[in-house]
Design a protein around this ligand. Sequence first.
Ligand code: COA
Length: 404
Amino acid sequence: MTSTVGIDALGVAVPSTCVRLEDLAVARNVEPAKFLQGLGTRVMGVALPDEDTVTLAARAAHEALQSAGVRGDEVGLLAVGTETAVDHSKPVASYVQGLVGIGSNCRVFETKHACYGGTAALQLALDWIRSGSARGRKALVICSDIARYGVGTPGEPTQGAGAVAILLGEAPRLVALEPGVSGVYSQDVHDFWRPLYSKDALVDGHYSVKCYLDALEGAWRNYRELVAEVPPAGSFFSDRFAALAYHVPYGKLARKGHQRLRELDGDPTPDTSFARLVEPGLVLPSLVGNIYTGSLYLSLTSLLACHPGSLEGQRVGLFSYGSGSCAEFFGGTVQPGAHARVRALGLMERLEARRVLGIPEYEAIMRERELIDERPAGAATETGAFGYLGVEQERRTYARRGAA
Ligand code: COA
């Protein structure tokens, strides 16, 4: 049995194009403050037609491996959590295996439970390492999604696209995750779903907010029971954390979640700790939008990249939620040097370099994306590394890194 297991490296992929929520509000005849303050999102990533869940996952995976200096044959478990898969049978993870060069002596699979799918993979990968079955090998868990509700729907301003790759192993260099104490809560509810016939998600929006908050309460109560710690006089239980990362479909929901959590702790002013504990984790999500499975881990990345102080040596809490529903609250300790390692990814610079789309161009891309699963290979004029090329003989094809 091993004791210190957790996140050794992170990789993040976002599309090179985006829409400003201010522009979207004007086009939809909505007060911009509703999207900017009411939802707490400023920009959402928009995937071009040569990008899909596979290409985002491959780019994030490549970055995590590069950042850690780990070779593909050192990975013994490769899982992709996604709710926007590209095939009913072949997992996104198999495409990623081929594209980034993961060895053959590796378990490769996909997990699904709405936005919780990545956390499900992460938890079982951690147990695989802790059990000793990994024999020193790493696990690579990738959360990759393109969040799509459709043009003109209430969910439209809560779209986005992106992937976060999480390399897990012993003696982790970013966050050591607490073993054995994880608060879980699940229910059979219909708050968000995507029938097999639809490319767009269906959502009972206001009900989904209630389900998120109920699940947070359930997972938090379960976590508190397991930790069974009495907070020092004058502080609240959640003060055992120096920062908290929530699942962030949009920033306002993380704020509501934090208020609920502090109320449960008995805090009479539940919003006052928001800026200290949560806000640094919302910087990147507010510039990318909802990335479903990766949202929580983008918030964790944001804490490590954008926190004004240092979290090193301190505990962070993570709340994962997937509609349907399953939720989990767990924690870990930030390792020395973690901030510098994550800042070296240059995420803010990459976000600033994105091309801002006008609304008509964004709408045209949304229409074109409707057809990409049937597009013949060769129709795409321009692709980046790992770009999606189209379908040839019923098979999806991709450009490999370095290929012409
Ligand atoms: N200035 C500032 N805030 C404003 C505003 C203005 N001019 N106009 C509205 N708002 C606020 C509202 O008060 C509300 O905040 P509150 O929840 O704190 O009261 C917020 O903006 C959203 O307004 P609302 O009327 O609830 O928006 P909506 O009916 O269009 O729906 C969602 C919002 C999130 C339900 C919708 O975007 C959705 O369905 N998204 C997808 C589902 C989702 O992400 N669910 C998360 C669970 S996983």
